[in-house]
Design a protein around this ligand. Structure first.
Ligand SMILES: C[S@@+](CC[C@H](N)C(=O)[O-])C[C@H]1O[C@@H](n2cnc3c(N)ncnc32)[C@H](O)[C@@H]1O
Length: 499
């Protein structure tokens, strides 16, 4: 996964029983017609809650991706920025918190949640989410609109039931707090409190211990912050920082990525001149570290094996000052367009987008012909749960083993393309040891010509040291957890091939 930042509103999500949300109450967009004229009947503007409900039902029924559905629906709706912010918060928050919400809802739905129609179940979750996790949404607003929607979609029995359940939740809210949730085991308690499948929490506890696992869970429920990567071929980070501030946008240099800027309150950053002119790209800060760790130099030959949508290929081409060559390969032909669009926007002429299975790259390129090879592998993606919360519920343990087997094959195949003395960087946006440290351990055992390389750029190492994320024992591999910097969970290993 790319770790590209999306346009979600920034800020912390509230915790039930300790609210800190910044979300404001929404109003229907209220676009009226011209009175006096006979206009064709207009479609009633969709409200943020209706839009959110439609998306939740689609995600639940057909496994649609929430971020893709949301972007599409928001574009079609023409909603105000504030309403779009609310709809976005409702979709991501409701999906993310669904296990906790169901735990509480099940106390009040006597016939059992599993017997409800999908839309009724999602409507209850959506409404309970507003009541128990968001500030500034008055209970009557959440309940009244839920009842109105239920009346429109169902019969009076359903709207009465929705009303009754939500009123009970309101009356019982003192007890519906995360800290009072207790289950049979510490893992089960964490899973229910933070709303994750138990098997996943169990893996994190085994890998990182109870405390770190809880921090992963809590931090992955937060809203991601927006960050941009300055295109250093065309622009300077300090100039961009000044320009953003002059436009009233809060902007700070990234604490980890040398060309990154963390932006708050910038609206849809993809709809700005700076983006269109290629002065910067939207990218998560952890994801920005990957190309920095490859550290390609002008004139080098670099292969990005799994490249779409092209964020890291473009970043490497920028670090090479547009000189040398980056081959950006991806399995899917339709994704080639994304890479091309990105490099054209950034005015980078040293990237060639190619299509193919990375396991077949040794048939396309000569052995040992690359100065650097990046394998930003397909992975389970748990480092980006904040951007795609449904993966909590759709991924299985079997998926992890399956993807780890593919990663192992990919690593083996592409490693032969690295020249002696050249660099191989492997990265994923997940925290699973099986896909990360264990994967690299196996690779190094099977490929003794490679070794881990701790010689990372000092600009990156000093930031990681200052934050206490790495110590004196740094060996060339890094597991960034979402709680470290509030950026995506990422694993990066840099290896060098013996001369
Ligand atoms: C983690 S994403 C890459 C993100 C990209 N590096 C970026 O920063 O924008 C993984 C990519 O691997 C591609 N992929 C999956 N299996 C592949 C294979 N066998 N060969 C090549 N690409 C593959 C997917 O299409 C997906 O675009």
């Amino acid at each position: 996964m790319s770790g590209e930042a999306n346009g979600r509103p920034s800020g912390k999500r509230a915790q039930a029983g300790g609210k800190t949300s910044h979300t404001k109450q929404s109003r229907p967009s209220g676009r009226g017609g011209n009175r006096g004229k006979v206009d064709p009947p207009k479609r009633k503007a969709v409200t943020p809650r209706e839009l959110a409900l439609n998306i939740l039902v689609k995600v639940a029924d057909s496994g649609a991706y929430s971020n893709i559905q949301l972007n599409r629906s928001l574009q079609e709706s023409g909603m105000s920025r504030q309403d779009a912010g609310l709809a976005t918060e409702l979709v991501y928050g409701t999906i993310s918190r669904q296990a906790t919400l169901d735990h509480w809802l099940s106390k009040f739905v006597s016939k059992g949640l599993h017997k409800l129609d999908t839309w009724v179940h999602q409507l209850l979750r959506l409404s309970a989410y507003q009541m128990l996790f968001l500030d500034r949404i008055p209970t009557h607003a959440a309940v009244n609109e839920a009842v109105t929607i239920a009346k429109r979609r169902g019969h009076s029995g359903i709207s009465g039931m929705v009303n009754g359940v939500l009123r009970s939740i309101d009356r019982g809210r003192e007890e519906l707090v995360l800290s009072s949730i207790r289950a049979a085991t510490p893992v089960a308690t964490l899973a229910l409190r933070h709303s994750y499948p138990e098997w996943l929490v169990e893996r994190w506890v085994a890998a990182y211990g109870l405390e770190e696992a809880e921090a992963i869970c809590a931090s992955s429920n937060e809203q991601p912050h927006a960050s941009i990567r300055v295109n250093t071929v065309l622009a300077d980070r300090n100039d961009r920082l000044r320009e953003l501030s002059d436009n009233g946008i809060h902007a700070e240099p990234s604490a980890i990525a040398p060309s990154g800027i963390v932006v708050t309150g910038g609206g849809n950053l993809a709809e700005t001149d700076g983006f269109r002119q290629g002065l910067w790209s939207l990218q998560d800060e952890s994801s920005m570290l990957v190309a920095e760790v490859v550290s390609p130099k002008a004139g080098m030959k670099v292969l990005d094996c799994c490249a779409a949508p092209g964020g890291k290929s473009a970043h490497m081409a920028e670090l090479m000052d547009g000189k040398g060559k980056v081959w950006a390969n991806d399995l899917h032909a339709h994704k080639r367009e994304l890479i091309v669009a990105q490099t054209e926007r950034l005015k980078l002429r040293n990237v060639e987008a190619v299509v193919g299975d990375a396991t077949e790259l040794p048939e396309r390129f000569a052995p040992e012909s690359m100065d650097a090879v990046l394998l930003d592998a397909p992975c389970s993606g748990f480092g980006v749960i904040r951007r795609k919360p449904e993966i909590k519920w759709t991924k299985t343990e079997g998926d992890i083993s399956e993807i780890a087997a593919l990663q192992r094959q990919l690593l083996h195949r592409v490693s032969g393309l690295v020249r002696p003395g050249g660099t191989l960087v492997y990265s994923t946006c997940t925290m699973e040891r099986e896909e990360n440290e264990a994967q690299i351990e196996t690779f190094l055992r099977e490929h003794p010509e490679f070794s881990l390389d701790a010689d990372w750029p000092e600009t990156v190492l000093s930031n990681l040291r200052d934050a206490g994320v790495i110590g004196d024992q740094f060996d060339g591999q890094l597991q960034l957890l979402p709680q470290h910097f509030g950026s995506d969970g990422f694993y990066i290993a840099r290896m060098v091939k013996a001369l």
